[in-house]
Structure formats: C-alpha cells, structure tokens
Design a binder for this molecule. Structure first.
Ligand SMILES: NC(=O)c1ccc[n+]([C@@H]2O[C@H](COP(=O)([O-])OP(=O)(O)OC[C@H]3O[C@@H](n4cnc5c(N)ncnc54)[C@H](OP(=O)(O)O)[C@@H]3O)[C@@H](O)[C@H]2O)c1
Length: 260
C-alpha cells in the first residue's frame, strides 16, 4: 500500500518513523529544505506538490496545521477517488468538516495523537466514518501502533481525548516542573531536580503499565503509615487538587468544542 503525507512536519515525522517500509512513502512538503532532510534521513520520496501525493498514494495522512487544511483540500479534492482513505491528525477538524472539505469519495479516519508520538510513545485515538473500509482503519491502527498506543473510539469522545491525552503532555510537564521546583527549594541543583522528577514520572508510568496494578492499591502501598510519602500525600491528597485537574480538562474540552 502506498502511503502519502500532506505536510512533513514534526508529527508527520513521528508517524513516518513507525512505518517499516519507507519505500512505500511519498511526502508533500512545501519547505524544500525540510523535504530534503526527510528524504536523506529516511529514504522517502518527497515532492512540493500535494497533488502528486493525491495521485499516487492510497492511505493519505493529512498532517498540516488546521489553517492549511482548506488550501490542501482545494488542490486535491478533484483528484481523490474511492479506495483511498484520508487520515487526518489535525486537531479539532471533525469527520463532517473533513467530508465537506475533501468530498464524498475517500474513506475518512480522524486521529487525535499527542506529541509523545515523536518519542515512539504516543497516544493516538482513532475514529472513522461508517463507510471507511475496516482494512483501512486496521492499517492506520497498525502504523500508529508502531509509534505508541492506539484506541478506537466514537468521535463524540474526541473532545475528552483532546483534553486528556492530546493536551496531557503539557500538564505532565507542568507537574514535573512543580516537582523539580519543589526539589530545588530543598537544595537540589536544577538539573538534578529535573532528572529526579522526570525519571520518577517515567519510571512510575512504566511500572504501572507493565504491572497493570490498580492505582489506589499502588498509592496506598507506597504511603506507609508514618512514613515520608504519607507525610507528603497528606498535603497533596486534597479534593482541591483533583478539582483543579478536572477543571483543567473540562476547560480544554470546552475549547476543543469551540474550535470544531
Ligand atoms: N504537535 C502536537 O502535539 C499535535 C497533537 C495533536 C495533533 N496535532 C496536529 O498535527 C498537525 C501537524 O502538526 P505539526 O506540529 O507536525 O505541524 P508542522 O510541524 O507545522 O508541520 C506541518 C508541515 O506541513 C507543511 N505544509 C503546510 N501546508 C502545506 C501544503 N499545502 N503543501 C505541503 N506542505 C504543507 C508546513 O509547511 P510551513 O511550515 O511552510 O507551513 C509544515 O512543514 C496539526 O494539524 C496539529 O493540529 C499536533
């Protein structure tokens, strides 16, 4: 299957790195230096013309910024055929909006990735129109599964997904910053405090994923009565903390709805 990209930016490169047969890929990128960089690094075919990708590929990743979608659609819509599938990773663009921009012919898949895709540890939520061939959805799942975890959901869940895993990297980085700053107040050097905070987040997530342990027994297990973690948790585990997190996600979801 020939795989095409409209736009070869940061997220496109994250997806590209997970495609095993790079010879099957053609990427349209309007920055010639960027196209040359990816051609040299991965051996992929590149072009400055989105129409060439629309003519040659079956699975078409739409990986431009939201404001560039209509420009791409205007150029490629007349060329798209049944049997092709457009896979949009563009934040906020609904399947209905994509259908009106790209016409009735291609299958449509909408993906909400996050930037951890660039470290092969992304979280991608996937939804598709009912008529999109199951084989095309499976192909998208297989590709994105090589760059992290995937989940197939209904589109109505996408504002929540955008709020949680889409925006989540910023929230975790903020938590890491708060932990590092707390460590610095206790006398640690900035680089050491950051390493300790980051490795602790990374290692905890890895352990929880690998062990499959439920969160409450894990937290209770670390909080030995009278110990250091219990003393810290007494400050953190306040209803106000979970309310701030819930309000944060609700605000992001509301903004996602506004942008759709
Ligand atoms: N970054 C994230 O964490 C994240 C998370 C979820 C979803 N997304 C979505 O992923 C999409 C891509 O984001 P990104 O960060 O990878 O963007 P990016 O780095 O700006 O990449 C987009 C690339 O496409 C090029 N381009 C735009 N229009 C083109 C056209 N008509 N023909 C050929 N090339 C064209 C752009 O060139 P110019 O630089 O000249 O414009 C740019 O190099 C966005 O829609 C975003 O909503 C991103």
């Amino acid at each position: 299957m020939k795989i095409g990209f409209f736009g070869a930016g940061k997220m496109a490169e994250g997806i590209l790195s997970a495609i095993s047969d790079k010879r099957s890929v053609i990427m349209a990128e309007r920055l010639p230096d960027r196209a040359a960089e990816l051609a040299a690094k991965y051996g992929v075919a590149t072009t400055g013309d989105v129409k060439e990708v629309a003519k040659k590929a079956t699975l078409l990743f739409l990986a431009v910024k939201p404001q560039d979608v209509d420009g791409v659609a205007a150029e490629v819509k007349p060329l798209l055929k049944q049997g092709q599938t457009l896979v949009s990773i563009v934040a906020g663009k609904t399947l209905a909006r994509l259908r009106s921009a790209f016409g009735a012919k291609p299958g449509l898949v909408r993906v909400m990735p996050n930037l951890a895709l660039r470290a092969n540890a992304g979280m991608c939520a996937i939804c598709a129109t009912p008529k999109t061939p199951k084989s095309a959805v499976a192909a998208v799942e297989a590709i994105l599964g090589g760059a992290g975890a995937t989940v197939v959901l209904k589109e109505r869940d996408f504002d929540a997904v955008t709020a949680l895993s889409g925006s989540g990297p910023a929230y975790f980085a903020y938590m890491e910053e708060a932990m590092a700053e707390g460590g610095m107040k206790l006398g640690l050097k900035p680089d050491v405090a950051r390493l300790l905070a980051e490795q602790t987040m990374y290692g905890t997530a890895k352990f929880l994923r690998e062990s499959g342990m439920a969160l409450r027994p894990f937290i209770d297990g670390v909080c030995t009565k009278g110990g250091t973690t219990a003393a810290g948790m007494k400050k953190l585990a306040k209803p106000a903390f979970k309310k701030i997190v819930a309000d944060t996600l609700a605000a992001a979801a509301a903004r996602s709805r506004e942008l759709a």
